[in-house]
Design a protein. Structure first.
Length: 432
């Protein structure tokens, strides 16, 4: 929730029929259109003729995070359109509209996500390319570009959708940002053997026998193994990241491995709000305790692989609550994440966004909540102000107010004497 408005807004109660709509049929019917067979099929057995496919269209609007449509049969996706067409002969045509981005209820995010229409119809354009692998349709609009949302809204849900196919899956991307796809190209190439199709610009009619529109997301920056294909967990996602980005460290160094070198700590130096005012003192303290210190603003840029290697090389990562802590996905298991929580009763949000995900990845997690004297808010408000006396009164006014008060306009000056014990705790994790 690092840069969002309320992301978990519940829909009004709807009937079960509206929440989940299914049109199942079993048919050997195949529309006899001429097709161009690409490298994913063979001339002797094009995708649509490979075998009798159970025809099914199921759309689920009940999930609080995302709407999903799944279908099998004769499915056609005309490029440069907003339609996914399920070719069938029902008694009446059906149409379902959805935005394939995992931030349902967030109108700001959805304002940057194109609405798609999944419809059943007997009228469909002829195939120009036939694929024998399933398609996953999703958007790279919304809040992409913010590291936290890159992972929690798209990359982790995409891992859940695609990893089970071992590369034999085709991505169809709406609101495609080429720079963004390039930034994460190593992850895309690990999940799919085929270049993504730009839904907005492609001129062909792509035909599939199985399509999923939308990406399932379980919780912020994490996975619920009970709901995931093959029981995937954040530990599996971490292994995937290390493999895709060729990260060397599969585990944290033990005390024997530290012989001849100092433990390494990465201090994330935010450049805007929630920045460390006394960054030099913090780095100096870490050095005095025996750490080799790396200070970085955690701006990934266009080369996520290079920055991931830096993060993977450290034993401890420390930062104020913010998108930079998303880099925990590159840490080796048993490394330590220290999250500094700004003033304002933000412990619940900090745990939701980064604390629980760190634990799910089998990382050691330490949370340090600053006191009033460590907050720059003391320069803006008198000590008897509700900001200090009743911070939760701002929570009740909504996320916009909470964010503007405690996140967008606050910096941190750590009490070095108090923070020393936190760094000692991180050292203890390394020694153990």
């Amino acid at each position: 929730m690092e840069t969002t408005v309320e992301a978990e807004e519940e829909r009004a109660d709807q009937d079960e029929d509206h929440n989940r709509m299914t049109l199942p049929t079993v048919s050997n019917y195949t529309i006899d259109d001429p097709v161009q067979v690409d490298k994913k099929t063979t001339p002797e057995q094009p995708a649509r003729e490979a075998k009798a496919v159970e025809k099914m269209l199921s759309c689920d609007f009940s999930d609080p995070r995302v709407d999903i449509c799944e279908m099998s049969g004769d499915i056609r996706i005309p490029g440069n359109s907003s339609d996914v067409i399920f070719v069938e002969s029902p008694q009446r045509d059906q149409a379902f509209r959805l935005r394939p981005y995992a931030r349902k209820g967030d109108q700001t995010a959805f304002g940057r996500v194109r609405e798609l229409t999944v419809k059943s119809s007997t009228a469909a354009p002829q195939c120009t390319v036939s694929h024998d692998v399933p398609a996953v349709v999703f958007s790279t609009g919304g809040y992409t570009g913010n590291l936290f949302h890159d992972f929690t809204d798209v990359l982790i849900p995409l891992f859940l959708a695609a990893r089970q196919y071992d590369g034999e899956v085709q991505f169809v991307v709406s609101d495609m940002n080429s720079w963004w796809v390039y930034r994460y190209r190593l992850l895309f190439q690990k999940l799919s053997k085929y270049p993504p199709i730009d839904f907005d610009k492609d001129k062909g009619v792509h035909c599939f026998t199985r399509v999923v529109v939308g990406l399932r997301a379980h919780k912020e920056l994490s996975i619920d193994p009970a709901r995931a294909p093959n029981g995937y967990s954040m530990v599996d996602f971490g292994k995937f990241m290390r493999s895709a980005l060729s990260l060397e460290r599969e585990s944290m160094s033990n005390i024997e491995d530290l012989a001849g070198r100092r433990p390494r700590i990465l201090i994330i130096a935010r450049q805007r709000s929630r920045k460390f005012v006394n960054l030099f003192e913090i780095a100096q303290l870490a050095e005095q305790l025996g750490f080799e210190v790396e200070v970085n603003d955690a701006e990934v840029g266009s080369d996520v692989g290079q920055f991931a290697k830096l993060v993977n090389s450290v034993d401890v990562m420390v930062g104020v609550h913010g998108a930079g802590l998303t880099n925990l996905v590159f840490l080796p298991p048993n490394a330590t994440v220290i999250q500094v929580v700004p003033w304002g009763g933000l412990e619940w949000l900090s745990m939701l966004d980064f604390g629980d995900p760190a634990k799910d990845m089998k990382l050691n997690y330490v949370q340090y909540s600053i006191g009033v004297e460590e907050s720059s808010l003391t320069e803006q408000y008198p000590r008897d102000h509700p900001v200090f006396k009743d911070p939760f009164s701002f929570h009740k006014q909504g996320f916009h107010v909470l964010r503007s008060t405690f996140m967008a306009n606050q910096n941190v000056k750590l009490d070095i004497n108090k923070f020393k014990s936190v760094l000692w705790k991180a050292l203890e994790h390394i020694i153990q």
